[in-house]
Design a protein around this ligand. Sequence first.
Ligand code: COA
Length: 192
Amino acid sequence: MGTAVVPHPCMASPVRPDGLRIGAGLMLDIRPMVAADSEALQAHVRGLSMRSRHNRYLGGVNELARAEVERLLGGAGGTVFPLVAELVECGRRTMVGEAVYAIDRSAGTVEFALSVRDDWQGRGIGAALLGAIAVRAGKAGAGLLHGETLRGNDAMLALAAKVGAVEARHRDDPRLVRIERRLAAASAALAA
Ligand SMILES: CC(C)(COP(=O)(O)OP(=O)(O)OC[C@H]1O[C@@H](n2cnc3c(N)ncnc32)[C@H](O)[C@@H]1OP(=O)(O)O)[C@@H](O)C(=O)NCCC(=O)NCCS
């Protein structure tokens, strides 16, 4: 009788081809967030340091309101898209970042916001999330990617500069800085 071949758990961890290798045996996978991620999303938000939560949500938030989670994960009429960044190790996935982008079809723009778990900051995950959003925004035909951040959020401002975004004055709130990055060749996709 032959011996059954049991796959090693590390061989059963499919990651997209654009996955980022982030350490020995660790891959980062960025994928659309789905309804089943709602608990992990809340745990991620609760697990952020007070400072990171303040920077992400521009104020005092402990966790997301249920209505906000439903809006994010319910499709919001096809204009709001949440992404999750997960570390994949031997088939085990751990959420280490999240991002949301919103498409304004009439303006041809995409707005973003994101956060990375504190103990995983500074390892390229924010840049990978922003890159993933830029690719998706470009595919949607947007000509401009933009976000807003608190004036003192040096990490976000440095990340923005690194990906070629520029700072602009925020029209409504002097505490905030608007971040803008032009995207190559907006197509007619948004108008479709
Ligand atoms: C802002 C944030 C998303 C950056 O994510 P990250 O994974 O730490 O960033 P990365 O490791 O990809 O850094 C990319 C670049 O940004 C810059 N950067 C990131 N953190 C920095 C810091 N604390 N100080 C200075 N520069 C920093 C660096 O240029 C870095 O590139 P390098 O490592 O090659 O020098 C993360 O700090 C975070 O989640 N903060 C709390 C939430 C928040 O502020 N969200 C933004 C408002 S929407």
